[in-house]
Design a protein around this ligand. Structure first.
Ligand code: 5AD
Ligand code: SF4
Length: 517
């Protein structure tokens, strides 16, 4: 094909990243800055930055930039008479990002609707942690494509951790170039501009950066609840557990300034919020990226001192959990006796391969210390089975820890190789069936202890923050105990938003029934 014809192509052609990176090897300066995909669209060659795992891994000593979110006046009417629908996958961090995205869209005059069929803008906020999340998202994208065929003006977007993955970015540019906006975890604050460009230029806007990340203050949030709120205390993660994609998709650990966090908690308290959950991938490492001395212990104490009725935090890494932190939980009534303490594996050999930096004994010692000082604490965990090379002996060590700790509950997963992480390259000689059997066995044990823990509450009176009408019965309200157990209670709706004392009458594996006393 002659050069002229080549540029006259009127269809989009995306050249694979591998191929492009070979070409760009000759343009070292470009290759150094970013990977590029190339789209040829109506005679125009458009270079697109695509995320790059090697860059996403870089950690420098540079302080992150902090700046305030702002929206230009002229972008505030873009969504007038238009509706949006957003679907969220994954963790609490994503849920809170969605709250920010919703508020930004509403500042642009979009209105939320509860089904994608009613929407003019559909957004998927994605999760990269395991392969099944990936499959679910692309299944959904397929459904939305049909909607777009019926409604060509429908705007469709993808954001979140998945689009930060190099393989996903290339898949989008190869097969899903009909999308209108794709933006990464570092680009949320820029949504108004990205959306405006997509509407004006009528072509895909792909804004995904691989870098350490900034801190954006002043982000608006449309919170799901009027009574409990997520409060980000840090972004990113520097732990690089060998199976985990998060340090690549969310960047370097960046702690928010304590004053900003305290001000947010005070505002929430003044607005009538009863509970805050301090959010971070690894909250116990809060402040380790500051020059001055200010860690999680100072922060937790000061958040408790705001007088907000309930304070929680997720997620803790056992490595950074200090004795002082346990004392703060033990001595502050408004710091809830609930700790999520991921174990991942009970085998020292596997823990080492995972890069977790603690042993089985160290974990159990920490667990016992917490139980000793906070006897009513409920402790939950995350466990991965079928990590590459996990033997029956290794798996037995995991069961052994579960038998020792008797968790209140646990999230259990089969190892899912994430491209670009060290564990994805490790030899994995365990069959799918073996992994499934281990998961089944583990779940049976976890469920047994969860039920036992719940049974032990029958007859006890516990404080419950009633949040909404129960999903199982509209004459009941549902809420959580201080120890994070779901309770259904027969009650009038005027009790929603109140912390009430509830006598537990019945226990199931995952929830409790009770009556207000
Ligand atoms: N495969 C399976 N589970 C994983 N998790 C994180 N990465 C993976 C992976 N590649 C689990 C860990 C973590 C939780 C949020 O997800 O248990 O604590
Ligand atoms: Fe992932 Fe480990 Fe960081 Fe948790 S601490 S987000 S598991 S790398």
């Amino acid at each position: 094909m002659c050069k002229k014809n080549h540029y006259e192509m009127t269809f989009i052609k995306y050249l694979s990243i591998d191929y492009m990176s070979k070409i760009f090897k000759h343009f070292k300066f470009l290759n150094k800055i970013h990977n590029y995909g190339i789209i040829i669209w109506r005679n125009e060659v458009i270079k697109m930055q695509i995320p790059n795992l090697k860059e996403a891994k870089i950690r420098t000593k540079k302080d992150p930039k902090t700046f305030n979110y702002e929206i230009k006046e002229e972008l505030k009417e873009i969504g007038k008479n238009k509706k949006y629908f957003i679907k969220t996958y994954g963790c609490q961090m994503n849920e809170h990002d969605t709250e920010n995205i919703k508020a930004i869209l509403e500042e642009m005059s979009f209105e939320e609707v509860d089904t994608m069929e009613k929407a003019d803008l559909v957004l998927l906020n994605t999760c990269a942690i395991r392969e099944n999340a990936h499959n679910k998202v692309f299944g959904m994208v397929g459904r939305i494509k049909h909607l777009k065929q019926e409604k060509p003006n429908l705007l469709v977007g993808m954001c979140g951790c998945m689009v930060q993955e190099e393989v996903v970015a290339s898949e989008i540019l190869n097969r899903y170039k009909w999308l209108d906006i794709v933006f990464g975890t570092h680009n949320i604050y820029d949504l108004p501009n990205i959306l405006k460009k997509a509407i004006d230029e009528k072509k895909l806007q792909f804004e995904v950066y691989s870098y350490e990340g900034d801190i954006i203050e002043n982000m608006p949030a449309k919170r799901d609840s009027k009574y409990k709120a997520w409060v980000n205390i840090m972004y990113g993660c520097d732990k690089f557990c060998t199976y985990c994609i998060v340090p690549y998709t969310r960047g370097k650990q960046r702690s928010r300034k304590k004053e900003e966090i305290i001000n947010e908690v005070i505002s929430l308290r003044n607005e009538g919020y009863k509970e805050v959950t301090l959010l971070g991938q690894n909250v116990n490492a809060y402040g380790k990226d500051f020059d001055e001395e200010c860690g999680m212990n100072d922060l937790l104490r000061d958040v408790a001192d705001t007088g907000i009725e309930r304070v929680r935090f997720v997620t803790s890494h056992p490595w950074d959990f200090t004795d002082e932190m346990i004392d703060i939980i033990a001595t502050h009534d408004n710091v809830m006796p609930y700790i999520h303490l991921p174990l991942q594996s009970g085998s020292d050999r596997i823990l080492k391969l995972m890069g977790r930096r603690y042993t089985k004994d160290e974990y159990i010692t920490l667990f016992n210390k917490i139980k000793e000082k906070v006897p009513n604490a409920s402790i939950t965990t995350d466990i991965i089975v079928g990590f590459p090379g996990e033997t029956e002996e290794d798996f037995k060590d995991t069961l052994d820890v579960v038998n020792t700790c008797k968790y209140d509950s646990a999230f259990t997963f089969i190892f899912s190789p994430r491209e670009g992480t060290p564990a994805a390259k490790m030899e994995d000689n365990i069959t799918k069936e073996e992994k499934e059997q281990r998961l089944y066995k583990l779940n049976e044990l976890v469920n047994k202890y969860a039920k036992e823990k719940n049974n032990a509450l029958i007859g006890k009176v516990v404080p419950v923050l009633l949040e909404n009408v129960s999903a199982k019965d509209d004459k009941m309200l549902a809420g959580y105990t201080d120890t994070m157990k779901l309770v259904n209670v027969k009650s009038q709706k005027d009790k929603i938003g109140k912390i009430v004392n509830v006598k537990i009458t019945e226990a199931k594996t995952w929830s409790l029934d009770g009556e207000i006393v």
